[in-house]
Write a protein of this length. Structure first.
Length: 519
C-alpha cells in the first residue's frame, strides 16, 4: 500500500510549475546571495564604482532588509535546536544576531565576487570572532561577538581587510577609507568614541549620531572586540528559495502580520515581542531617522503595538492547496517558511483516517478518524499540548553547517519546510491550509515609479497557468494588479504614481497555479 500511496504523491506533482521566484526591480532580488548582492550594488548606483562603494552598497542594503537582535530555534517543543543558517534567518525572521549578520555579509560579498574560498590567502571575506580564547576581555562578564571582514583594494592600491558590523551597526574610517580590524584594535576605543565621518546608522541603540558610548552594547560587546581573532569557522548555508506550486496551490506573502508568530517553547510567554524589532533602533529620541538612506522605505511598515510601542513587524504568509481530484493517498506539503498553523479540511465519504508524517513518510502520526465535513489541526493546537506537530519544525535533518567537518556537513539535507498527510478512505473535497512566518524585508517590494516584476521558474506544464497578484497602498488608496503568465520567465510592470515612499506600502503578493484555459 505504501508504494501505491507514493505513486499517488508523485502523480500529484505533475501539473504546475517548479522553482518559482518573483522579484521587483526596485528591491534586491533575494533568490540567491548572488542576486541579492548584485542587485544591492545596482540599486546603490555602484556598478561602476569603487570596491568600497560596492561593499557599502551591500552593507546598507542588508540594513534595509533585516533588523537587529533575535534568537531563533526550531524543533519539537522544549527540544528545539538553534538555527545557524544565516540565509534562512534572513528569509524567515525579522531580526538577526551578530553570528547571522556576520555570515550574511560574508556570503553576500563572496557571492558578488564569485569566490567562496575559506583560505585566508585567497578568500575575499572572513568571520571575525571577538573575545579571543586565552585572552582576558577588557570588560568583565561581557558577551562574545561576531563581525565580518571584507577584503578589497582601496584607492591607494593596497588590498586590505575591512571590518563591518551589521548587527550593532557600525564601521570606522581612517585615512579616508574603512578601517581594518587591526586598526580598530590599535585605536580602540577612541577610533569609535571619537569617530571621523561616522556612518549612518552608527550603533543602532545610540541616543545620538556619533555617540558610540550611548549604545549599551558598546562596552558589553565591543569591550571584548579587542582582543579579536580571525575565525577559522567555515559555515555554509543550505537553505534555498526553490518554490514549487501545483495546480490548485497558492502562496500569499504579506508585508504585515496577523499575530501568528513562530517561536520556541522558551519564548511562549513573549511570542510577538520575540519577533519584533524595536523602533528605537531606527529613530533617535527626537524622531530623526538613524538611517536616512533606508528609513523612508522602511517606515510604512512600522506598527504601534499596544504596550510595546513602535516596532518593525514580521510577516505572515498563507499557503493553500486544493487538489482538483482528491482521493485516498499521500499528499506532500512543502514551502519556504516554517509553519505557525497547519489545518487539513475536507469532506469525508464515510469514515476517513487522517495521518501525518514529519520525516518524509518514514513514520506516521495518527490523528483519528473523521466523518462528514472535517478540519484536523496539525499545527499550533497540537504544539500547545506538547504533541508532535508541524509548528516550527526544522527544514532538514540537522543544523550542522560547518564545512571544517566535511562528512557532517554533507550529511545535512535540505528538504524545505515540509510534512506529508495520508488520507485513508474516500473524500469528495480536500484542502490544506498553512500559516507561515517570513521576513518582510526579503519580499519583492514596490516603490514609487515603474516596478518591473520578473517571474522566473522552470516551464509551466501544459495544463497550468500562473497568476501573480499584488496589493499595495498609495496614500489612503488600495490598489491591486493581477497578471497571468502562460510561460516563464514572465515580465510585467507595476506603475506606482505616488512619489513619496513614505506613502507607499505593499500589502500582499500572491502566486497561484490554476488550470490553463482551453479554447
Amino acid at each position: 500500500m505504501t508504494t501505491v500511496w507514493m505513486l499517488l504523491l508523485c502523480a500529484q506533482e505533475v501539473e504546475g510549475a517548479k522553482k518559482l521566484w518573483v522579484s521587483a526591480s526596485q528591491w534586491p532580488n533575494a533568490r540567491t546571495h548572488e542576486t541579492f548582492a548584485k542587485d544591492a550594488v545596482r540599486l546603490y548606483g555602484a556598478e561602476n564604482g569603487t570596491e568600497e562603494q560596492k561593499a557599502l552598497a551591500i552593507y546598507y542594503t542588508a540594513l534595509r532588509v533585516m533588523g537587529h537582535g533575535g534568537d531563533y530555534y526550531q524543533g519539537p517543543p522544549g527540544a528545539e535546536s538553534a538555527v545557524w543558517d544565516s540565509w534562512m534567518i534572513f528569509h524567515v525572521y525579522p531580526k538577526a544576531l551578530c553570528e547571522w549578520w556576520g555570515w550574511f555579509l560574508i556570503d553576500s560579498w563572496k557571492a558578488y565576487h564569485g569566490n567562496w574560498s575559506f583560505d585566508p590567502k585567497t578568500a575575499v571575506a572572513r568571520k571575525v570572532g571577538l573575545n579571543s580564547p586565552g585572552e582576558t576581555p577588557p570588560v568583565p562578564n561581557a558577551g562574545s561577538h561576531v563581525e565580518a571582514a571584507l577584503r578589497y583594494k582601496d584607492a591607494d592600491g593596497v588590498e586590505r581587510w575591512h571590518l563591518f558590523d551589521g548587527n550593532v551597526g557600525y564601521f570606522a574610517r581612517i585615512n579616508g577609507r574603512v578601517a581594518t580590524p587591526e586598526e580598530i584594535k590599535a585605536g580602540y576605543p577612541t577610533i569609535l568614541t571619537q569617530p571621523k565621518d561616522p556612518p549612518k546608522p552608527y550603533f543602532v541603540l545610540s541616543k545620538k549620531h556619533g555617540d558610540a558610548e550611548s549604545d549599551p552594547a558598546f562596552r558589553a560587546f565591543l569591550g571584548n572586540t579587542y582582543p579579536f581573532a580571525y575565525s577559522g569557522s567555515q559555515r555554509r548555508t543550505k537553505y534555498r528559495t526553490d518554490l514549487d506550486l501545483r495546480v490548485g496551490e497558492s502562496l500569499r506573502r504579506q508585508w504585515y502580520e496577523d499575530g501568528k508568530p513562530v517561536i520556541c517553547k522558551a519564548h511562549k510567554h513573549i511570542p510577538i515581542l520575540a519577533n519584533l524589532d524595536g523602533g528605537q533602533k531606527y529613530l533617535y529620541p527626537d524622531g530623526t531617522p538613524k538611517d536616512p538612506y533606508n528609513f523612508p522605505v522602511q517606515r510604512p511598515y512600522f506598527k504601534t503595538y499596544p504596550e510595546l510601542g513602535l516596532n518593525k513587524p514580521f510577516g505572515n504568509a498563507y499557503h493553500v492547496y486544493e487538489p482538483k481530484s482528491p482521493k485516498e493517498g499521500v499528499y506532500q506539503i512543502r514551502n519556504l517558511y516554517p509553519y505557525a498553523e497547519s489545518v487539513v479540511r475536507g469532506q469525508a465519504v464515510g469514515r476517513v483516517a487522517v495521518d501525518f508524517s514529519l520525516d518524509e513518510g518514514k513514520t506516521w502520526i495518527e490523528t483519528g478518524e473523521v466523518e462528514g465535513a472535517f478540519a484536523v489541526d496539525l499545527g499550533k493546537g497540537r504544539w500547545d499540548q506538547g504533541l508532535p506537530s508541524t509548528y516550527n519544525m526544522p527544514d532538514r535533518d540537522s543544523q550542522f553547517l560547518d564545512y571544517t567537518e566535511r562528512a557532517k556537513f554533507d550529511a545535512v539535507r535540505f528538504t524545505g519546510f515540509q510534512y506529508q498527510v495520508r488520507i485513508r478512505g474516500q473524500v469528495s473535497a480536500l484542502r490544506f491550509e498553512n500559516t507561515m512566518q517570513c521576513n518582510i524585508g526579503m519580499l519583492p517590494t514596490l516603490l514609487p515609479g515603474a516596478n518591473k516584476i520578473t517571474v522566473e521558474g522552470e516551464a509551466l506544464t501544459a495544463g497550468a497557468a500562473l497568476q501573480i497578484e499584488y496589493a499595495w497602498m498609495e496614500g489612503a488608496e488600495t490598489k491591486t494588479h493581477l497578471e497571468t503568465a502562460r510561460s516563464l520567465p514572465h515580465v510585467f510592470t507595476i506603475q506606482v504614481n505616488e512619489k513619496d515612499p513614505l506613502k507607499v506600502k505593499c500589502l500582499h503578493q500572491t502566486t497561484r497555479v490554476v488550470p490553463r484555459e482551453t479554447k
